[in-house]
Write a protein that binds this ligand. Structure first.
Ligand SMILES: *Cc1c(COP(=O)(O)O)cnc(C)c1O
Length: 232
């Protein structure tokens, strides 16, 4: 059994334990394997071990990798989870099934305009700056409702839920409190009539807290593929 297959089993055990500990069915939590910086061969190995959803953060790297993995495309989901500039929107609209990092209307509008006819709707999550970090990524919670209304009106894209990348912190109680506030924001939006069903939250170091707070997709890279090397 390969290291990646072993790691995948260990991550599934962590998800299952975390789900059971809070009375959720393990099947409610999907595992997105974040393969950014890792080779097409690593993705192939994970696929061979049964993994079907992969996350990427860099457009050109992802497009090259998808080309090398074209034989696996059917039945595999590709999720774009990184910062997205509008000049890269065409490639993302043509190659991906999901985008988790929508934090302004302009990008959602471009993806809607550029989604090729004949492809299924592009599934979107709004990235929310849920813990008020001094960053440009993520819509402020107070602006989420307005942005959701604008995105929901666009054709060829479908707003599915919310995503966050909180600042790393060690205390699981605090981790869970931050994730719980994203879950509460989704409930608020759903009271306004959005049928959102997706909370994309939790990574290698905090997935248990995210599952406890209601995550439906956890995005896990390091715990599956190992430490990333950004040198090349
Ligand atoms: C890289 C990345 C991940 C995976 O992080 P790990 O700590 O390696 O599990 C998850 N989400 C996003 C948005 C990322 O960019």
């Amino acid at each position: 059994m390969s290291l990646i297959a072993d790691n995948l089993r260990a991550v599934h055990r962590r998800i299952d334990h975390a789900a059971q500990a809070c009375g959720r069915a393990p099947g409610e939590v999907a595992l997105l394997a974040v393969s950014k910086t890792f080779s097409a061969q690593a993705v192939r190995e994970a696929h061979g071990a049964g993994q079907r959803a992969f996350g990427e953060s860099y457009v050109q790297e992802a497009v090259d990798k998808l080309a090398a993995l074209d034989d696996l495309r059917a039945g595999t989901e590709w999720h774009f989870i990184g910062p997205l500039q509008s000049n890269k929107a065409r490639l993302v609209a043509a190659h991906f099934d999901w985008v988790h990092s929508i934090d302004r209307l302009k990008i959602a509008q471009r993806l809607s305009d550029l989604r090729p006819p004949g492809m299924a709707d592009l599934q979107l999550c709004m990235q929310v700056n849920i813990d008020d970090q001094p960053t440009k990524s993520g819509v402020a919670p107070a602006e989420a409702l307005g942005l959701a209304r604008e995105i929901a009106a666009l054709p060829r894209v479908r707003l599915r839920g919310l995503m966050c990348i909180p600042a790393p912190q060690q205390d699981p109680v605090r981790q869970q409190a931050v994730f719980a506030s994203l879950a509460a924001l989704m409930r608020d939006l759903n009271r306004e009539g959005f049928g959102l069903d997706t909370l994309s939250m939790g990574m290698s170091d905090d997935l248990e807290a995210a599952v406890a707070a209601g995550a439906s997709i956890v995005r896990v890279g390091t715990a599956i593929f190992g430490a990333r090397d950004y040198s090349s």
